[in-house]
Design a binder for this molecule. Structure first.
Ligand code: NIG
Ligand code: FE
Length: 401
């Protein structure tokens, strides 16, 4: 049943540039339509065409020459947590390296927090992201690392999104420091059983200091047995087996990809041709906040890999909820064109979540849209750090602006 305040039809007209991401134009091509209009009916895009020919609707919004883009699809976040690691960030900016072990600081604080505190923090970050144009947000567990704490993090995440990822395999918690195999057994046993009903995905941090390829393979296979689809954190802190493992496991995405070998790039290019591709998701906000090198998006795209951009909002390696900031970084630092970066943060994110209903504005797609206070989407990178979101619609309903 339709809520009483949801208009039956919404017309947005006098759109200066409409970004459709029409798949007919291929990855990275925005499918721009100039001087366009778009109609929404029952939460879906129902008509796109020249402004002059637009049908009437219950509600009309005059875009006044500004651009309308698909809402950002942020396929990677860790927003269910407690505690603060700003001192760790400050220490890094004075030369201390980033280490995965910092995750344990957040684990300790998260275990101490009440459900209400965890929920309030996640809700705040979720709405912060929404107000900046993120209309689909994946949310991971991974700061509980006991069965009860992972289960409540997954439950809280599921109250905010359909894209919940079980990341019990984030790091080995201190109580299992001498028994990492015992922790893998817990993750693939009781913890997985408790979390799987809330989740769509299973993820593993496959990196030195976290989980090796054998443990990661075991964990992803156990997730599949519970109906969870694999995704991987890999090649973040150095070269390693994450990408190869993700491609072997048929993961929807391998995220970070900061340190890639030529073989990794070739494997991702091959995986992009499959019916269920493995996407390379870049998280340049992490490389910014950890003072790491940036990934080479140019090499990936030129080789034929499908590249997504995501935020990785978390208290340790990257505490931003701004996809516009990530787009600006990707353009400046990873070799992406402005068009490729916007595509990667919308259609690319949708590919990384294996979603065909979001990330594009075509007839039948969800009316998840952002009106930018800008005449062209290049302004996202051209005016870094400047708020340019005039309005956000989720399923055709005004969510911000
Ligand atoms: O995606 N790589 C592992 N996990 C997070 C970092 C989390 C943290 O430092 O708390 C990431 O960067
Ligand atoms: Fe992450």
């Amino acid at each position: 049943m339709r809520a009483p305040n949801v208009p039956h039809t919404l017309l947005i007209d006098r759109i200066g540039v409409l970004v459709t991401n029409d798949p007919g134009n291929g990855p990275g091509a925005l499918g721009r339509v100039e001087d366009a209009a778009l109609v929404v009916a029952d939460g879906r895009v129902s008509w796109i065409g020249p402004a002059a020919g637009a049908p009437a609707a219950d509600v009309r919004v005059d875009a006044d020459g500004r651009c309308l883009i698909p809402g950002f699809v942020d396929s990677h976040s860790h927003i269910v947590f407690a505690g603060d690691r700003s001192a760790e960030f400050a220490a890094r900016m004075s030369g201390r390296p980033y280490q995965a072990g910092g995750i344990r600081t957040t684990v300790a604080a998260t275990r101490e927090a009440t459900d209400a505190q965890l929920r309030a923090g996640a809700v705040r970050l979720f709405h912060e992201a929404r107000a900046q144009g993120t209309t689909t947000l994946e949310i991971k567990t991974g700061y509980g690392l006991t069965t009860a704490d992972e289960e409540r993090c997954a439950r809280i995440a599921a109250q905010l999104t359909d894209e919940v990822t079980f990341l019990g395999a984030h790091v080995v918690p201190p109580e299992y420091a001498d028994d990492p195999a015992g922790y893998t057994a817990l993750v693939t046993g009781d913890m997985l059983t408790a979390c799987a009903p809330h989740a769509r995905w299973i993820d593993v941090f496959c990196e030195n200091g976290a989980f090796d390829a054998d443990a990661a393979r075991t964990i992803l296979a156990a997730g599949r047995e519970h109906g969870l689809l694999p995704r991987v954190h890999g090649n973040q802190l150095g070269p390693g087996p994450g990408v190869a493992l993700a491609v072997e496991a048929g993961a929807a995405s391998v995220d970070h990809c900061t340190y890639l070998s030529a073989q990794d790039v070739a494997a991702l290019a091959e995986a992009a041709t499959r019916s269920d591709p493995t996407v390379a998701t870049l998280l340049p906000g992490v490389d910014f906040s950890t003072r790491q090198p940036y990934p080479d998006a140019r090499a990936l795209i030129d080789a034929g890999a499908t590249v997504a951009l995501a935020g990785d909002c978390n208290p340790g390696s990257c505490f931003t909820s701004s996809i516009a900031f990530c787009i600006a970084l990707a353009v400046r630092e990873t070799g992406m064109t402005p068009d490729e970066a916007l595509w990667a943060a919308t259609a690319g994110g949708a590919a990384a979540l294996r979603r065909s209903d979001v990330g594009a504005l075509r007839v039948g797609a969800r009316a998840d849209m952002v009106l930018l206070d800008a005449p062209d989407p290049v302004y996202l990178a051209y005016r870094p750090g400047v708020p340019q979101v005039a309005a956000v619609w989720k399923d055709g309903v005004l969510a911000a602006g």
